[in-house]
Unconditional design. Sequence first.
Length: 355
Amino acid sequence: MKWFFILSGLIACTGKPVRSSCPVNMSPSRVVVRFGDPFSVNCSSPSNQLQSMGWESTYGTGIGRQDGVSSVSLEIDSVKDWDLTPLCFINLLDNHQCAETLSVTVYKIPDSVSMSQPSQMGPMVEGEKYHMQCDIVNVAPVRNLSVNWHKGNKIIYTEEFDKTSPSPVNTSSVLNLTAQRSDNGTQIWCEAQLKFSPPVPNLHTIQSKSHEVVVLYSPTFTRPENETLELSAGSTIILNCTATGNPMPVYSWHFPHPIQQTKNKNENQPILAPSIQLSGTYTCTASNTQGTKTKTFTVIEATRNRTTFAALVGVFLCVAALLFIVGFFFVTPEGTFSFSKGSYLKGQPTSSGPV
């Protein structure tokens, strides 16, 4: 330990020049280690003016001055300090001293990750804003923490932290969510992970339990437009008033004719095939605790097909005209049929012969 303070004092306070860069190489150049795990680092110098070198550390596991060597290794069996700053120093033949500090990051994965439930995560209401909180317990260092919020198969929000404490802390991430009907039935959860560069192998994430979102929303018709339908003889008209909503909508109908209203007084179904086929305006109402929607069905009588009727009238007129012509030219005043009507004399035969 004394070498650490002596070297620091020499570098800071002596009148001897301190070089802008120290000719040392560390392998690895930086260390990311889990609290309680071991690590080792080798420090070497390519200088041909090297006199001695060594390691100093506030942790007390340094290696004092070593003469006549070009490399020294720092071996730590178990990291017990959160703010570890080992320092490799060298002394040159011209009495210059310099040192490089090894970058050491000591980490600890969270003890737990849990999602606080707003209002015990009861049903949400469409359009309302909610705050969901993810609590991360005992994690270090928090500056390397990243929290992802998942909804279904998508990450909808990521939060990182700029706190500098190297020791474990408790922290939280807050998700601001506006409830939408498309959220109903989806799963939401959060996960915490420590990110380093380069990445640490096999550093797993910690997830909270997932929660199924329930969103209350007013009815919406699957076929929203008002409808006009034609009523023809022998046909059955189906009125489809199906609506989505949470809670499930209930239905009521208003019929254009009192007899229908009386017969279907307790009608509570989305699809209706009226037993009495009458024209008029049928009104359907879908309602739940969040609202009421109304849809109208206008039933009109189908325009009659006059093609057949016109054809029959045409045939009838043709036959009548034909009969008129036949009667005019070939029927005698006595009502008999004769092809010689023009030469016919009443009471005389129509053909000439010998007297």
